[in-house]
Design a protein around this ligand. Structure first.
Ligand code: THU
Length: 160
């Protein structure tokens, strides 16, 4: 081996008392919409809320299907909904909330690989990082400042 290429990943951690009102609203919205998830197969209820730079917020949840791969995650549903309505407005942040149907405690999730690649798509489109906001099992806010922190060495068209 001649050399290594290493990547250091960082998540910022915020206690609830330090959350901005904007972030608190987004998390609350993600939590609220998670209750409407169509998740009869996994009983895993996920909500996502996207804030655009025009101030609009779009929230959605996971929608499962009896043919399992057909289901869509909350993050991609919310981003698709937002981008379909405001294709020229940059997504600034996405908050994610998850819980198992019969449990009260937060399920700590980070976006799946497909959702990470989708977030990357809109970062590339708008040439700007998107904040990904997740909750830790203790209920602390974890913030990735851009998808690079969650998806290093991701696929992009290197010629564009
Ligand atoms: N899911 C999401 O909605 N977002 C994620 O980031 C991870 C997984 C959904 C997909 C499926 O409906 C359920 O959670 C269990 O995997």
């Amino acid at each position: 081996m001649r050399k290594k290429i290493e990547f250091r990943s960082t998540l910022e951690v915020y206690l609830p008392k330090d959350w901005s009102e904007e972030d608190r609203n987004l998390i609350e919205l993600a939590q609220k919409i998670s209750k409407n998830a169509h998740a009869p197969y996994s009983d895993f209820l996920v909500g996502a809320a996207v804030l655009l730079d025009n101030g609009k917020v779009f929230a959605a949840n996971n929608q499962e299907n009896v043919s399992f791969p057909v289901g869509i995650c909350a993050e991609r549903a919310a981003l698709s909904y937002a981008m379909a309505n405001f294709p020229d407005s940059r997504p600034k942040k996405i908050a994610i909330f998850a819980r198992r149907r019969h449990e009260d405690r937060i399920a700590s999730v980070t976006p799946c690989g497909l959702c990470r690649q989708t977030i990357n798509e809109y970062e590339v489109k708008f040439k700007s990082p998107i904040e990904v906001m997740m909750l830790s099992p203790e209920g602390h806010l974890l913030v990735a400042n851009g998808i690079e922190q969650l998806l290093p060495f991701r696929f992009n068209d290197l010629n564009s």
